[in-house]
Design a protein around this ligand. Structure first.
Ligand code: GCW
Length: 684
């Protein structure tokens, strides 16, 4: 009898559980509906943006019922830029957008049960921008979440449907809720067509959908536009006709979009045209565009991702190119610098340009889309990677000159500051492909707003808002804790099973998903092959960037340059980035390099296996749709982590000529079969 009772109770519990956990497709992101109560709002100003704030408060109010809340434009000197102050019954801000940001923060704090009174928050960067690598045909370079939400979908790629506009608004709302205030709408490998009148009309329409949410529109431009659509003979930045062409183009754009943000430019890099095609410098190119935009307060974001096929170590080239130009750029030019000196690898030291440039504003560029971190197949929370970069000390003005301080105006005392993230957003219902990739979009916004936030806080906020309902969030502590632990460990796990100890860029050619440490090809440039980067031979492995090698270490300030230069003081996470190390070299834990390399690869695989176990235990804690999606993706990740481990260990073993330590699991693939497998595009 007691047993039957128990069965009935369990069954009833399961039914009630199932009815609470509604089906979720992930489209609502971290902005899911809550059971709000009534609130009364007054405002000292009205505008489209303030109306949005009022509507959000009414829709999401979780505070005391029937409270009176005032939205107030204030001159409080502690509030800066679009920052805000939360008070018991008011949101104060200098700007209308600040009121909207204060609204989102207040609602978030209500939901998370965090204190809401006398809370002031100001943005770390004044421009917090997404870079979309969206092509006009709707494809997205390095995009893993479907086609573009902006381009190419309707018959001729230019028609605009209601559905498009709804999507753009939902996109803008999600961005505003985390403080993002700019979007570059097209790929840095820019089609010239973007500046043609028909496309500019569409840009105008997009800008109108984004504007009430405070998102400024920017465009990537092709440096050869004056030739390719302007019919000029050349695009030489010192040519008066070329200058005039850009001035006219800027005027045309601002007539359509009065608050247009400016241009993002990839010039003389990876085959893109640029000022050097005419014997001019990056300064000549950037300043010419800056002059065209200056009358309208537009800016130029000039990318420092510049390298050429040359015998020089690729990681040194951007610094060598730009350092001599420091101080020569116009006031409305900012240099956009990727976090590391190479290219968004699972782990890189920070780019020496952050500590190097002193008279030119520099903005970090992070990659939200997981080009080198498992695409949308793998759970890799990137906040810890960005936190590591922002907190890295450049020693520019002595200790404490972190990348954050070098870029957010702390050291240079400017408020012309910015940060960019390469978006991972597409037309997939859940926007980002993998549910956990939403967390990377979220984390970018939160760090751009406050570059001192910790990843663990960001993860916790995101998990609660994304998965739990008002009632569950109190009872589901275990789900939150376990998921948070998985997220915080996930990037280190990826480093372990892909490229531990400072290895880098040993990806399969083209798709950058799987391993191909064997990849070498005499017909293409050396710095696009894997062997260029790991330099494995019978003596050891790693790229010698010390003073007796390429001397990249000396692009860093002391004491870092010596710390990196010296094998015994170089942090082990950068070991093979800076040194060619003998297989028998003893690491700090007493193990030799080969053994440690094997252990790290194996550990990475084991980490993903434990993510699987932990996730499986949480069945029933959240809706079954997203649970199953993540479960299935973790299976893929687990298989692919094994492929990484087997491929790298079996390949490097040919050089080390040592046994894979017997205490770790044996490879389950053959090297030859992995070479075939990772070649195929289907593997991506
Ligand atoms: O990482 C490389 C990518 C290219 C990209 C380039 C860049 C947009 O593989 O796809 O091009 O970086 O940042 O310009």
């Amino acid at each position: 009898m007691a047993n039957i009772k128990r069965i009935i109770i369990v069954a009833l519990l399961m039914i009630s559980q199932a009815s609470i956990l509604k089906a979720e497709d992930g489209h609502a992101l971290w902005l899911r509906n809550h059971s709000a109560v009534k609130v009364n709002i007054s405002s000292t100003v009205r505008s489209a943006t303030v109306d949005l704030a009022i509507a959000e408060l009414k829709k999401g109010w979780l505070g005391k019922e029937n409270m009176y809340i005032k939205l107030n434009l204030s001159k409080n000197p502690s509030i800066k830029g679009d920052g805000f102050q939360l008070e018991e019954s008011a949101i104060n801000a200098r700007t209308e957008l600040g009121l909207l940001y204060g609204t989102y923060e207040l609602l978030r704090r209500q939901y998370l049960n965090l204190p809401q009174r006398n809370f002031i928050s100001n943005p770390s960067y004044s421009r917090r921008i997404l870079n979309h690598w969206d092509n006009l045909d709707g494809s997205i370079e390095r995009g893993y979440a479907g086609s573009s939400i902006f381009w190419g979908n309707a018959a001729n790629g230019l028609d605009i449907t209601n559905q498009d506009q709804e999507k753009w608004k939902a996109y803008a709302r999600a961005n505003a809720s985390i403080g993002i205030n700019g979007a570059v709408l097209n790929n840095v490998n820019a089609s010239v067509k973007i500046l043609s009148p028909a496309y500019l009309e569409k840009v105008k329409a997009i800008a109108e959908s984004l504007r009430p949410y405070g998102i400024k529109t920017y465009l990537s431009v092709n440096f050869s536009s004056p030739v390719l659509i302007g019919k000029l003979k050349k695009a030489d930045p010192l040519d008066p006709q070329v200058k005039q062409w850009w001035k006219n183009k800027a005027a045309e754009i601002y007539k359509l979009i009065p608050d247009f943000g400016g241009f993002l430019v990839k010039a003389n890099s990876e085959g893109q045209p640029g000022p050097q095609d005419y014997g001019r410098t990056h300064v000549d190119g950037a300043n010419m565009l800056a002059d065209a935009l200056a009358p309208f307060n537009g800016i130029v974001m000039w990318r420092a991702f510049v390298y050429n096929p040359s015998p020089e170590d690729r990681t040194k080239q951007a610094y060598k190119e730009f350092l001599p130009l420091d101080g020569a750029f116009k006031k409305n030019v900012i240099l956009q610098v990727k976090n590391g000196p190479l290219d968004f690898q699972p782990r890189e030291p920070f780019s020496p340009l952050f500590g190097g440039m002193s008279k030119t504003p520099v903005m970090p560029e992070f990659q939200i889309t997981q080009e080198y971190l498992g695409a949308s197949k793998q759970l890799v929370f990137l906040s810890t990677l960005w936190e590591e970069c922002l907190n890295s000390d450049t020693y520019k003005n002595g200790k404490g000159s972190t990348v954050a301080a070098c870029t957010d105006g702390t050291l240079s005392k400017t408020d012309f500051t910015a940060i960019a993230g390469v978006a991972n957003i597409g037309n997939d219902v859940n926007w980002t492909g993998h549910t956990f990739a939403q967390a990377n979009w979220y984390a970018f916004g939160r760090l751009a707003w406050n570059n001192k936030l910790e990843s663990k806080t960001i993860a916790e906020e995101w998990i609660k808002q994304t998965f739990l309902d008002d009632k569950e969030k109190k009872t589901n502590a275990n789900f939150v804790k376990t998921t948070q632990e998985i997220m915080l460990e996930s990037r280190e796990a990826a480093v372990n099973y892909m490229m531990p100890l400072g290895l880098h860029h040993i990806f399969a050619e083209g798709h950058h998903y799987g391993p191909a440490p064997w990849f070498s090809n005499d017909k293409i440039r050396a710095d696009w092959t894997s062997v260029y980067y790991h330099k494995a031979d019978t003596l050891g492995i790693g790229f010698d960037r010390t003073r007796s090698g390429s001397d990249a270490v000396d692009q860093y300030h002391e004491p870092l340059s010596s710390t990196f230069n010296n094998l015994s003081s170089c942090p082990e996470m950068y070991l093979l980035w800076f040194h060619h190390v003998p297989w028998s070299y003893r690491l700090k834990n007493g193990k030799d390099l080969w053994t440690e390399l094997c252990i790290r690869y194996d550990h990475g695989v084991q980490q993903v296996r434990s993510f699987q176990k932990d996730w499986d235990k949480m069945k029933g804690a959240i809706d079954s749709e997203r649970f199953a999606e993540v479960q299935s993706k973790l299976r893929t990740q687990s298989r692919d982590a094994q492929i990484w481990k087997d491929a790298c260990l079996l390949y490097f073993q040919q050089f080390s000529k040592r046994e894979i330590p017997f205490e770790i699991e044996r490879p389950v693939h053959d090297l030859q079969s992995l070479k075939e497998l990772t070649k195929s595009r289907d593997y991506e």
